[in-house]
Design a protein around this ligand. Sequence first.
Ligand code: ZN
Ligand code: ZN
Length: 263
Amino acid sequence: MRVTILGSGSDGNALLLESGTTSVLVDAGLSHRKLVQRFTALGRDAPNNVEAVIVTHSHTDHAAHASTYATRFDCPIRASEATIASIRLRPTVQAHPFTVGRPLVVGDITIHSSSLPHDAPQVALVFETKGTRVGLVTDLGHVPEGLEGFLGECETLLLESNHDPDMLAMGPYPEALKRRVGGSLGHLSNGEAGDLLAALTHAPRRVVLMHLSETNNSAQLARSSAEAALGHQGTELLLAQQRRPLELDARQDGHEGQLQLSL
Ligand SMILES: [Zn+2]
Ligand SMILES: [Zn+2]
């Protein structure tokens, strides 16, 4: 499965997942214009065969452009019932809810979902095709019980590492926002992301740190926390950015992939 992260962070999130025959966009927080620009930066055209726009939750950095994407790519929006109920969609757009916990099949990709603790109904997603699994876990205030099991055997894990608690505490955010971000329904800190990585019984071959705060985190802090948690397991560690796309090399997918970059 090829994963392209078009942007990740509180200014807007969007990803493209492509199996052999199926393409899905996940989250719609970048304007369509920005989305096209990000593909151009990668030397690619925007896809013309998107089968669904999957929205993890209703916050604007994930859902603001859902109607536009559905119209432009001529496909339905798929999201949990709670999310569809709380986002404003154009009446012409098709929105089909899925039930959290029940597999959703889109083309040859099966999508598993599990609830996450956040200040809007939110889901962790695992995308599965031909034995390859990609996990997406962002926008959670803490790691809920059972998440490690849900993510079992993901080869690629896209995991929030939002903030450094000290930078958040000393930073410019108003107190109420600091409490929200750092609270149990806010965002995952570097340390909490590391704890989850350390608890995984099956080390992913690749971890991408997501949704880094541009104000309350640094790439260095996020990276060193994740590296410490992963130890020397040969896991490739990458960082997604807010303003630049990141294309994960499809050749590294699948069980046969031998290219493992050490930390
Ligand atoms: Zn977000
Ligand atoms: Zn959110």
